[in-house]
Design a protein around this ligand. Structure first.
Ligand SMILES: Nc1ncnc2c1ncn2[C@@H]1O[C@H](COP(=O)(O)OP(=O)(O)O)[C@@H](O)[C@H]1O
Ligand SMILES: [Mg+2]
Length: 357
């Protein structure tokens, strides 16, 4: 079996008395698109800088392709980087910018020409090869920077919030592009972002970080469908988080003032234990009033969003509110509902996770 592209063992970083990254173990596979996702200040860049060698770990080891590289300077590590504030050389053309590093490495001229051609094709900028950076749009400049980062075929490319400066529409386009390019070149990508949608869209796996600690590692669907704790449930997508107590040894949740509702958890837990029920708005469905097991709530506010309706409903004594999203056309009579109307709901136990952290 091949060694992982990147292996971090007990890696941590402390600045003075501020622990930026608590000890982390992490393996990133060859050709994986791996994202590090978390709010600003949670330690993403610091973690990345320890992989690149810009930062010395306080504890632990960094391995690239099975070799410990802790004392190896950045330029000797088989990796490249792309930041938000990438700098292209203003006096060099697009093609010369892409060729720059290959020239420094003194590759044969013919090989450089071939690689630059491939790089331009990869980012679809063949027609702009002779332009200078100031004759390009922001998105085009970012493509040049990306071509430059991958053209030497490093084993790993680290990207730190590279789309941060682009507007929303361009970001979305670039997300799709980036994923396509990564597949095409077959390079391991480590992608740092605070944008959960971006991470879900592009990644093979995601590490969710908070306050210097990895909260969960998994495929986008695992992180979304089976969050391990409240932080992950709340940070990724929208989620109803309802304080409950455990029922049925973890097979149901007891909502105060209402009673039992379907739930599920990994493992079992004693009834009566305090927990949080995490259920996503789009996993709650409208039910008929006479449907067995339907959950009775009362309408608080209906909101029309165009492609969907968002209903806020009150559960039990009314202390608990739930947000539910229903695709347009499935709202039935509720679209014309008034506050206080009965709303009957159902959800599958696997969509209602009991969390204890
Ligand atoms: N060179 C440094 N000196 C002191 N503190 C730092 C340094 N770099 C980062 N930090 C601190 O480490 C924490 C994590 O920062 P960072 O890794 O940049 O987070 P992120 O990239 O997730 O926004 C923050 O509290 C930040 O202030
Ligand atoms: Mg950062």
């Amino acid at each position: 079996m091949n060694a992982p592209a990147v292996k971090l063992t007990d890696i941590s970083k402390t600045f003075g008395d501020n622990v930026a990254v608590h000890p982390i173990d992490l393996e990133i596979g060859t050709n994986e698109f791996f994202s590090i996702l978390g709010p600003s200040g949670c330690g993403k860049t610091t973690l990345m800088r320890m992989i690149t060698g810009f930062e010395t770990p306080t504890t632990g080891t960094v391995q690239l392709d099975g070799k410990v590289v802790n004392t190896l300077p950045t330029r000797k590590r088989d990796l490249n980087m792309l930041f938000q504030s990438y700098a292209l050389f203003p006096h060099l053309s697009v093609a010369e910018n892409i060729a720059f590093e290959l020239r420094v490495r003194k590759l044969p001229k013919a090989e450089i020409a071939q690689k630059v051609k491939e790089g331009l094709a990869l980012v679809q900028l063949e027609h702009l090869a002779d332009r200078k950076p100031d004759q390009l749009s922001g998105g085009q400049r970012q493509r040049v920077a990306l071509a430059r980062a991958v053209v030497g075929r490093p084993a790993v490319v680290l990207l730190d919030e590279p789309l941060g400066a682009l507007d929303q529409k361009l970001r979305k386009e670039m997300q799709v592009e980036l994923k396509r390019m990564q597949r095409e070149v077959g390079i391991t990508f480590i992608y740092v972002t605070h944008d959960q949608e971006e991470a879900l869209t592009m990644s093979d796996r995601i590490a969710v970080m908070s306050a210097g600690e990895v909260q969960q590692i998994g495929k986008p669907t695992e992180i979304y469908d089976r969050p391990q704790n409240r932080f992950v449930a709340a940070f990724i997508g929208n989620c109803n988080l309802i304080p409950v107590t455990v029922g049925g040894s973890g097979r149901s949740a007891v909502v105060e003032g209402y009673g039992e509702v379907p739930a599920q958890m990994d493992g079992t837990l004693a009834d009566g234990t305090g927990a949080t029920l995490a259920v996503r708005p789009e996993r709650v469905h409208l039910a008929a009033a006479d449907e067995p097991g339907a959950i009775r709530t009362r309408l608080v506010t209906p909101v029309f969003l165009g492609d969907s309706w968002r209903f806020i409903v009150a559960l039990g004594s009314g202390e608990q509110q739930l947000t539910i999203d229903v695709p347009s056309g499935q709202e039935g009579a509720l679209g014309a509902g008034a506050p206080g109307d009965d709303v009957w709901l159902r959800w599958s136990p696997e969509d209602a996770r009991l969390l204890t952290e």
